[in-house]
Design a binder for this molecule. Sequence first.
Ligand code: ADP
Ligand code: MG
Length: 627
Amino acid sequence: MIAFIALLARNRLALVGGIVLVLVVLLALLTPLLPLADPDVTNTSNRFQPLFSEGALMGTDHLGRDLLSRLMWGTRLSLAVGFAAAIVAATIGAAVGIIAGYYGGRTDNIIMRGVDMLMAFPYILLALAIVAALGPGLLNALIAVAAVNVPFFARNIRGITVGIANKEFVDAARLAGLSDKQIILSEVLPNVVPVIVIAMSTTIGWMILETAGLSFLGLGSQPPQADLGSMLGEARSALITNPHTSIVPGMMILIIVMSINLLGDGVRDALDPRLKSGALSRPMAATRVDRAHQPPEAEGKGLLEVKALETQFHVKDRIYRAVGGVDLHVDKGECLGIIGESGSGKSVTALSIMGLVASPPGMITNGAAYFDGEDLIGMPYGRLRDMRGRTVSYIFQDPLATLHPLYRVGDQLIEAIQAHRRIDKVAGRDKAIDLLKAVRIPNAEKRISDYPHEMSGGMRQRVGIAMALANDPDIIIADEPTTALDVTVQAQVLTILDDLRRSRGLAIVFITHDFGVVAQLCDRVAVMYAGRVVEEGTTTTILDAPRHPYTARLMACVPELGGGKRRLEAIPGLPPVVDKLPEGCAFADRCDRVQEGCREGNITLDRVGGHGVRCLYPVGQDREFAE
Ligand code: ADP
Ligand code: MG
C-alpha cells in the first residue's frame, strides 16, 4: 500500500489531482459542521449579490440564497451521488461481466446481446428514458446514471475474464475440485479487481458529469435542494447578467472532474504491473550508450570485432550486469558459436551489437563493436538503421513470434527487401521466391502466398532465415534458431545455414546451448558464463580438451549416442544473479576445483595459442571430467 502511494506520488499530476480531491471531499464531509447560512432560505430582497459581498462571500442567486452555502451542500450531494453511481455500476457490471466471461457459450451470448442493446442507445437518451419511467428525483437519476454505465463495466470485465477463465491456474483449481463459485471468488475476482478499480477511477468523473447533466435538465435533484447540476440549471437565465451564479458551480464541477481524472490516470498507471517494470514505456530506437571510458581500439581481427562489451539493465535501484566485458570476433565465411546456460548473457550480447537491447532498462556502458573498422556502438541512429538487416541480420528462436500472423510470408519477405531498397512488386516477388528457394522450401511459388500458421515450425524457421538473407547481409546472428525445432528439422536447418555461409561467404554468429550443434556447424566457440566469455578457441580444441571447469561440466551433461551407459552429471547450483556478481570467478560456487584465490580480483582470459581460458586452475589434458 505504501509502495503504491509512493508510486502514485511520483506522478506529479496525479499527486496534485489527489490532493485537490482530498481537500474537496474533506470540505464536503465537514459542510454540516461549518458555520454556513441555510442553503435553502430565500431572500428576494437580496438577489444577485456579487462575489465578496458582505455576509455572502460568493454572492447570492436569483432567489437571494447564499451561493457559498449552496455550493458546499451541492458539492456534497454531487460527490455522493457520483460515487454511489460508480460503485453500483461497477458492482453490477463486474458481476455481469464475470458471469458472462466465465460461463461463456450461451450464457455469454444472451447476457452480452442484452448489454449490446443497452449500448446501442445514446447514453443520455437512455438515462432520460429511465428517469422518465421512474419519475424525476435524485435517487432515480442515480439509478439511471448507474444503469447506463453498467454495459461499459460489463464489457471490460467480460473481456478480462474470458482471458483468465482459460488459464492453467483456473484449470488447476477445477482439478482440485473447487466449485464454480469458489473459482470465481478465489481465482478470477482477484485478477479483475485491479481492472475494476482502474475502470472506476477513470469513470467517476464522467458519472458526476452525467448526474449533473440530469439535474441541469431538472430531472435530478428537486428544488430547493441544491446539487451542482441544478445550480447551473437555475443560473442559466442569468448567465449574461450575473455570470458568477453559473461560474461558481461550473468551476466546482471542473475542479472535481479534473482532479478525479488526473488521479484516475495515476491510479491506472500505478496499478498496472506492466507499467511498473517500464515494459510499456516505449523503448528508444537504439540502445542507450553511456560509455565511461574511451572504448578499446580495433585490432583488425575479423569482419566483426566486439571489444570489452558491457551491457547493463538499470531497473529501479538495481543494476543487472548482463554482459560484463565480452570480446569476440568473427571472420568472413566463419561460424562462431556462443554457448552457455540460459541467462548467461548470450542474447543480450548479440542484441547489443546492433543496438537492439530495449532502453530503458538496457544500457551499453562500455566497449565497442567494430564492423569493418567502424564502431557500431554509439553510431548515429540513421546510419545504424541503414546497416540493420543489410550488413548484420538476425534470426530468432521462435519464428512464429517473428512472423506477422496476418500477412502472407511473401509479403513479409518483400517488405524486408523494401526496407533497404526500392523494388517493384514483380521484381520483389521474384526475389522472394529466390530467397525461399535458397532456404530449400519446396514449391516456393505456391508457398509464397501462405500465411505463417499454414507452415510447419521448420518451414517457418526457413522463412526466418530467408528474411535474414533478404538484403545479402555480411553477418547473420542466429539466436538459438533451432531450439524450438525437433532434431531432424534442426539438422536440415543447420545444413542450410552451413551451405549458405560457404556459398555466400557469410559470417555466422550462432548462439546455442547445444554442443552437438556447435560440433556440426561452428569453426570456433566462445563459452559464456554470467555475462563473460570464460573459454574461447577452435571447436576441435575445445570439444577435445575443454580447459575451463565450466565447459568441461557442460559437456559432461551431454548424452552421447552409442557411447554406452554413463552418468550424466548435472552442474549443481544455479548461475549467479547478475545484479549481485561475486568477486573473482563467477563459477567458483559451483566448481569442484575451486581453490583459494578463485574468489578474489579480476580473473583474466589467458591465451595459449588460439585457446583462451578464464580460470586460475584450468583442467589439464588428463580429461578427468570427460571420462
Ligand atoms: P541467454 O544467455 O539465455 O540468452 P540473456 O542474454 O537473455 O541470456 O540474459 C542475460 C541476463 O540478463 C539474464 O541474467 C537476465 O536476467 C538479464 N536480463 C535480460 N533482460 C533483462 C531485463 N529487461 N531486465 C533485467 N535483466 C535482464
Ligand atoms: Mg537467449
